[in-house]
Design a protein around this ligand. Structure first.
Ligand code: G3P
Length: 223
């Protein structure tokens, strides 16, 4: 994924299920093409393959399981994500936590397959621990601000700056995103000022009255 970037996590909000999610994916792709901004999306798992065929922006899984291909009913392997057309995956989102050892197990397999990994961290300490195992990106997201109206960049800029600093010290190759409550170009601009390479967000676009207007505003913050 080219950075600076905006990553839109669709979660499984009712607004993104089925056709509505396909439309949102197309909207994200149109805005990306129109503005030249780097926008990636993470649609619900059942729609990932369809959406990956529909649009040219990078499509990420919302989660991946550390299971090998084989008899593992109901799990999502990295190979399955790749076959579905994913460019990468989130892992360890605060709504889908996994033990650090699972992240550790999944990273070399994703790397081998060319899947980019965005590991999420709830705290600075977790971000630092994740940096040591070298995901491509870490998204710092304080859980208490997720889905709210105040951006982490306003409510807790010191957490974003602290995470950037500790991640850099632990592993300078890892790029940092931040998320939770990010809704406007001002929030994105501040995220970049704090040393990140972009934002991971959901409700600011998915729940917006006018998602296109919201996304176009967010993109302005990348410039
Ligand atoms: O993965 C993005 C996320 O958890 C932040 O959600 O709704 O606060 O942008 P939101």
């Amino acid at each position: 994924m080219r950075t600076p970037a905006i990553v839109v996590n669709f979660k499984v909000y009712p607004e993104v299920l089925g056709r509505r999610g396909w439309n949102l994916a197309k909207l994200c792709a149109d805005v990306a093409e129109d503005t030249g901004a780097s926008i990636a999306i993470a649609p619900p798992a059942p729609d990932l393959a369809h959406i990956a065929k529909l649009v040219r922006v990078p499509v990420f899984g919302q989660h991946v399981d550390a299971v090998p291909a084989g008899a593992h009913t109901g799990w999502v392997s990295p190979e399955a994500l790749l076959e579905a057309g994913a460019a990468g995956t989130l892992i360890n989102h605060s709504e889908r936590k996994v033990p650090n050892k699972n992240v550790r197990a999944i990273l070399p397999r994703c790397r081998e397959l060319g899947l980019e990994v965005i590991a999420c961290a709830d705290t600075i300490a977790e971000a630092e621990a994740l940096a040591r195992i070298s995901p491509d990106l870490i998204a710092i997201e304080p859980p208490e601000l997720i889905g709210g109206d105040v951006s982490v960049t306003t409510a807790k800029p010191e957490i974003v700056a602290g995470a950037v600093e500790r991640i850099r010290a632990a592993n300078p190759k890892v790029r940092v995103l931040c998320g939770a409550g990010v809704k406007t170009s001002k929030d994105v601009r501040k995220a970049l000022e704090l040393g990140t390479v972009g934002v991971l967000l959901a409700s600011g676009v998915v729940k917006a009255k006018d998602p296109e207007k919201a996304l176009r505003d967010l993109v302005r913050g990348l410039r």
